[in-house]
Structures are given as structure tokens and as C-alpha cells.
Ligand binder design. Structure first.
Ligand code: PLP
Length: 424
């Protein structure tokens, strides 16, 4: 084993010339850290160092890494049948998962369409919304209303509903469908402005799409559940569909299992991914209410939803998702989220008085320190690694979204590292 930080494994040296990394300028991108094993909230590096993970692999590993219950379910499913095509063939894991998701979601959100990534589940939600109006014989409803600060994915339809100015896809504006982008209605004046905007576009809008409670990748910006209730009321008033993108917020992250249920709202379509498989395999779901599904039922085959990703309903991924739901049923995950929330509140509190800190905010198992400016993210990142924690700042924020199973001691090490690095 090499000395800490001294050498990298040959597979990284050789492979680096053939890899294209996410969200990275490859000319200057620092070497990623070689991880050789994971366990609970810890990542083991090739050189023997161990990092406490504050991000849970982009918010997926909600039960911690290598949970034995999910591992056992995957092993059993692998031996039995890893995958079969979803067209014309059925298997227990996907059908069971669809029933369980519909039972967990509020109201008549009861039809589940599986895909393999969050972005594609949003694409499917958008396609469902467009075709809903087409199937009902209503022409011209071809646009979406989305919000500044929002992020819904990296594919072309989803890029068009991301924040067009601050978002990372702004250079593609000319190649994207023009959507209607609004400010979140946070007070009476902005609510009235949104109502006017919707009234002006009412005949061309198919749906409103929002990340409920937290705009995640757009900067971990929180809003109150009232905002969501206003949107439901506006959607009803102007006969628009309402899509909740719960890819980040779903499965307990904000303190409730789903943001829509916590807000007392039944959106017309919901998208889920990220923590769906407990951070093991790619899987996403688009869940529609009965009236959406019913609009596709017809003797005319042309009114069917023409979508079907090759790995749709992958049996391994669905087995992992079922095992993850077992853990939500069996263990007190939401209680753990409440405890993490209190730990984040206490642990990040000292940051409030640090120079350069604009805001400290906590919701559920999300802790955010917003700075006025991060001059060099790399220096910050290296300082965190030196402290033995994996924290990945973006924009002007440093944030924590740990596994719900993280210990109080590990969480304390994460928050102390943030306080120490930011004060230095
Ligand atoms: N929607 C939201 C709210 C997200 O946070 C993300 C990813 O961060 C996506 C969609 C896209 O998901 P994926 O990266 O799996 O395509």
C-alpha cells in the first residue's frame, strides 16, 4: 500500500487519459481520489486514508454504503435473474416496487413508469404532460413553467426547464425549447406576478414543474410548503398539470418521506430517483395520478405512451429499491433524519458568526453554509480532505447531505471540519 497521498494506483494513471469526468474542465481537473472500498459513512482510499462522507454519493446512499440488507437482496436477485426486458415480460421486483411506491405516495399517484436516471424520469414526466393534453384533444399546450434556481437534469428537455441564467446549461439556450421561467412566489407581490404570468401563457402551458421544498443543485435554496400549496391552487385555477421533481427530496431527505405529502398536496406527476435504490444501482420512477393515466387509455394505439428504455424496470435495481423500502419500514429513518437535523443545527451554528458566511440553513438531513464567495474551491476541497472528510462545495455553498445512518460522532467530525476550514 503506498504512503498516504504519495502515489496513485496504475489503473488511475493509465485510465485517466481515457476518462471524461462529470462537470469538469478536463484541462485543469484535479485527479479524482481513488476509492477502493466503502462502508457505512466511510470511503477507503487506495493509499489507506479513510474519509467520512458528507455527501452520500450525490444524495443516494441514504442507508450508508454496503448495507447488508440491500447487499443480500442484490446477491439473491443476481443469482435468480439480473434483468429481463420489460416489454411483454414481467417480474416480481418491479411490480412489487410499483405497488409499494403507489401506497407510499399520497392520493391517487398510482401508475409507475420506470427509467434509469433522474433526468430521463423528468423527460418522461414532461412527455406524459404534453401527451395528456394531446390525447384530450387540447392543442397548443406545449410549454412548461419552471422556476429560477431550479435544476431538473442534463438532458435536452430537462435543461430547458433549469434556471436559464444562473444554471450550468445557459450556453445551450439557443438549442433548447423556450419555456416560461418564473420567480418562486414567496410573498403576495411575487404570487400576483406569477398569477399574471400564468394567465398570459395559460393556453400554451402544459404543466408547472418544481423541486418541492429545496432547489438542490441550483444552490440548496429552501422554500416553505405554502409556496407549493399556492402552486397547486394556481394549477387548478388555470387547469395546468403540476409536476413535483422529488429526485432530491424524496425518501426522507427534507425530514418527511416525500415533500408532497408533507405539504398536503397531490401533484399530478412525481419523479423519484437518487435514494430510490439506497445508493446502489441506477433507477428512477415517474408516477402519475389516475386521471393522467386514464387520458392514455383508448382504442387508438397512437394515444399510448411511446417510451421504453432498454433497462427499464431492471430487476436488480428494483430488488435494491424494495430492500431500501424495507429499511425505511423497519428502521426509524425519519427519526434519524430529525436527529441529524439537530446535529447539523448545533454543529454548523458557529459558522453563522464567521466572516464571509452569508447564511447557514438546515432542513431535514441537509445542512448548508452559504458564503459570499468561494474564491478557490480546490483549496477548500483539499483542506476538507486533509481533515478526513469528503465535502464537495459548489457555487458559493458548502453543504452536507450525509447518510441517515451516520453516527453522531461522524456527523460531529463533518460539521467541525466545516467550521475549522471556514474559520481558517
Ligand atoms: N432532478 C433533480 C431535482 C436532481 O437533483 C437531479 C440530479 O441532481 C436530477 C433531476 C437529474 O438526475 P440524474 O443525475 O439522475 O439524471
Amino acid at each position: 500500500m503506498p504512503q498516504p497521498g504519495t502515489a496513485e494506483p496504475a489503473w488511475l494513471t493509465d485510465g485517466f487519459d481515457h476518462i471524461w469526468l462529470p462537470y469538469a474542465q478536463m484541462k485543469t481537473a484535479p485527479r479524482p481520489l481513488p476509492v477502493v472500498a466503502s462502508c457505512g459513512s466511510r470511503l477507503m482510499l487506495d493509499d489507506g486514508r479513510v474519509l467520512i462522507d458528507g455527501i452520500a454519493s450525490w444524495w443516494t446512499a441514504c442507508h450508508g454504503y454496503n448495507h447488508p440488507h440491500i447487499a443480500a437482496a442484490l446477491t439473491a436477485q443476481l443469482a435468480q435473474m439480473p434483468h429481463v426486458m420489460f416489454g411483454g415480460l414481467a417480474h416480481e421486483q418491479a411490480y412489487k416496487l410499483a405497488s409499494r411506491l403507489s401506497a407510499l405516495l399520497p392520493g391517487d399517484l398510482e401508475r409507475v413508469f420506470f427509467t434509469e436516471s433522474g433526468s430521463v424520469s423528468v423527460e418522461v414526466a414532461m412527455k406524459m404532460a404534453l401527451q395528456y393534453w394531446m390525447n384530450k384533444g387540447v392543442a397548443g399546450r406545449l410549454k412548461f413553467l419552471s422556476f429560477r434556481g431550479g435544476y431538473h437534469g442534463d438532458t435536452f428537455a430537462t435543461m430547458a426547464v433549469c434556471d436559464p441564467d444562473e444554471g450550468m446549461h445557459r450556453q445551450f439556450a439557443g438549442a433548447l425549447a423556450q419555456q416560461v421561467i418564473a420567480d418562486l412566489p414567496r410573498d403576495a407581490a411575487s404570487l400576483a406576478a406569477l398569477r399574471d404570468l400564468i394567465a398570459r401563457h395559460r393556453n400554451e402551458l402544459a404543466a408547472i414543474i418544481i423541486e418541492p421544498r429545496v432547489q438542490g443543485a441550483g444552490g440548496m435554496i429552501f422554500h416553505a410548503d405554502d409556496v407549493l400549496r399556492h402552486l397547486r391552487a394556481l394549477a387548478d385555477e388555470f387547469d395546468l398539470l403540476l409536476i413535483f421533481d422529488e429526485i432530491f427530496t424524496g425518501f426522507g431527505r427534507t425530514g418527511a418521506l416525500f415533500a408532497c405529502a408533507a405539504a398536503g398536496i397531490v401533484p399530478d406527476i412525481v419523479t423519484l430517483s437518487k435514494a430510490l435504490t439506497g445508493g446502489t444501482l441506477p433507477l428512477a420512477a415517474t408516477i402519475a395520478r389516475k386521471h393522467i393515466f386514464d387520458a392514455f387509455l383508448d382504442d387508438d394505439a397512437g394515444k399510448a405512451l411511446m417510451h421504453g428504455p432498454t433497462y427499464m424496470g431492471n430487476a436488480l435495481a428494483c430488488a435494491a429499491a424494495n430492500a431500501s423500502l424495507d429499511l425505511f419500514e423497519r428502521d426509524s429513518r425519519l427519526q434519524q433524519v430529525a436527529e441529524i437535523s439537530a446535529g447539523l443545527e448545533q454543529g454548523l451554528n458557529p459558522c453563522r458568526s464567521l466572516p464571509g458566511v452569508k447564511d447557514v440553513r438546515i432542513m431535514g438531513a441537509i445542512g448548508v453554509v452559504e458564503l459570499t464567495q468561494i474564491r478557490d474551491r480546490r483549496i477548500l476541497q483539499r483542506a476538507f480532505i486533509d481533515k478526513g472528510v469528503w465535502v464537495r462545495p459548489f457555487g458559493n455553498i458548502v453543504y452536507l447531505t450525509p447518510a441517515f445512518t451516520i453516527s453522531a460522532d461522524e456527523l460531529g467530525q463533518l460539521t467541525s471540519a466545516i467550521c475549522d476550514v471556514l474559520s481558517a
